[in-house]
Write a protein that binds this ligand. Structure first.
Ligand SMILES: [Zn+2]
Length: 411
């Protein structure tokens, strides 16, 4: 498990300019490495070192060897991810895959340091730069040392160092603990449906509303459109500030919700989410009018996912994903897919009469499709699907059956 903590060391102007210069050369080393890897279609560190090391050393003459190696490692990883993404895209859209931009690093990048280039002894932090190794005293926030103590096996492993927009140097210290990986508990499986009106709805029927979020977003949308119309210099400045405010607000909301879910009082072993990796999924779900698209494009699903995963990890809760198709159109009791059964936030099944909140219905479907998935793959499901326990008799249809076409006679 990995965690990080950000500190802002007090540095002199000379030291800051040394970091800025290091950053420039680091980016250059990275870009040279990427070019070499892609033109030789390789992802080998050793190959890169043999072919390109001397040239990088010449071009970035004052960059310490350790940092050249860090830049090389980051470049190899970036090219690997790029290859995977491109291969996936090639199947869907070959033209777009051809145009896909290769990984590059700007001069204002954040540098990754490894254990050799950055060390922390007590509160003394030292790290290499183009000029010389910088030595500084830092203080790590109390909450961090309490939550991730040395005694539990947390070790500092490298850092990310950069300069933020205000010109302050930040050090993002990375801590790793190999021993405290997930200890899984034997709790229940809970499905989570994400939406616009309720950010998250659980299959137990708890809603985490988006009322505040919508109010704040509406306010910002309004202010933004007015400022864009004005278009003066001060308006542009204000626009920039607003984008920061909005981002921080959404982050805070996502933090609060994921924290509540991760620290639940109930005995949960798995949270199941729908896989929303492509936004087309949502368009397929019929949410395609203009206002809806605006809300969708504005919401940070992946951020909530990310926060939920890392917060759950420590409490032994797994986060799993299932296919997002038809989760909101399917009845969770009789498993018939019928778009017409859903009206706004109500779901009233036209076949079996089951009536409930549409989001809860979707959340139960998400949970059940995960259970079916695990049953199929031979693992024992921890609890019974809703279709059996709720109505007291086995569902007439196999749970999780997906109808490939609409039942006849329905619009
Ligand atoms: Zn039904």
């Amino acid at each position: 498990m990995r965690r990080s903590v950000t500190v802002f060391p007090d540095l002199s102007a000379k030291e800051v300019s040394a970091i800025v210069e290091t950053r420039k050369q680091y980016a250059k080393a990275f870009n040279m490495s990427v070019d070499c890897l892609i033109s030789n279609s390789s992802t080998s560190k050793r190959f890169l070192h043999e072919v390109q090391y001397e040239r990088i050393k010449e071009e970035c003459h004052s960059l310490p060897t350790g940092l050249i190696q860090c830049a090389r490692d980051v470049a190899v990883e970036a090219v690997k991810t790029w290859n995977v993404k491109r291969t996936k895209l090639k199947q869907r859209n070959p033209k777009k895959a051809e145009r896909m931009r290769r990984p590059s690093m700007k001069e204002k990048c954040t540098m990754r340091y490894d254990v050799r280039t950055v060390t922390l002894r007590g509160s003394q932090l030292t790290f290499s730069t183009c000029d010389r190794r910088i030595r500084t005293i830092i203080s790590i926030p109390g909450f961090f040392t309490e939550r991730y103590p040395d005694s539990e096996g947390w070790k500092q492993k490298g850092a990310n160092i950069g300069v933020n927009r205000k010109g302050r140097v930040f050090v993002n210290l990375i801590y790793e603990c190999p021993d405290c990986d997930i200890v899984e508990n034997d709790g229940k499986i809970v499905g989570l449906d994400r939406g616009i009106y309720n950010i998250v709805t659980t299959s137990d029927g708890t809603h985490y509303g988006a009322k505040d979020v919508r109010r704040v977003k509406r306010k910002y949308n309004h202010v933004r459109s007015e400022l864009q119309e004005k278009g003066t210099r001060s308006a542009r400045r204000r626009l920039k500030a607003i984008s920061g405010c909005e981002k921080r607000f959404v982050h805070d909301q996502n933090h609060c919700i994921s924290k509540k879910l991760a620290n639940t009082d109930e005995d949960v072993s798995v949270y199941v989410l729908e896989d929303l990796s492509s936004m087309n999924m949502l368009r397929l779900r019929g949410k395609s009018n203009r206002t809806m698209r605006k809300w969708l494009s504005n919401w940070s699903y992946s951020d909530l996912e990310f926060k939920l995963i890392y917060k759950c990890q420590r409490n032994g809760i797994r986060v799993e994903f299932v296919d997002a198709r038809y989760t909101s159109q399917k009845c969770c009791v009789c498993k018939t897919i019928d778009k017409a059964s859903r009206k706004g936030n109500r779901y009233v099944c036209r076949h079996c009469g089951n009536a409930m909140h549409a989001d809860v219905n979707a959340a139960i479907n998400i949970r059940d499709s995960y259970i079916t998935q695990t049953l199929k793959s031979g693992q024992a499901a921890v609890n019974q699907p809703y279709g059996w326990s709720a109505i007291g008799k086995p569902a007439t249809e196999p749970v999780g059956k997906t109808l490939t076409s609409k039942p006849s006679g329905l619009s």
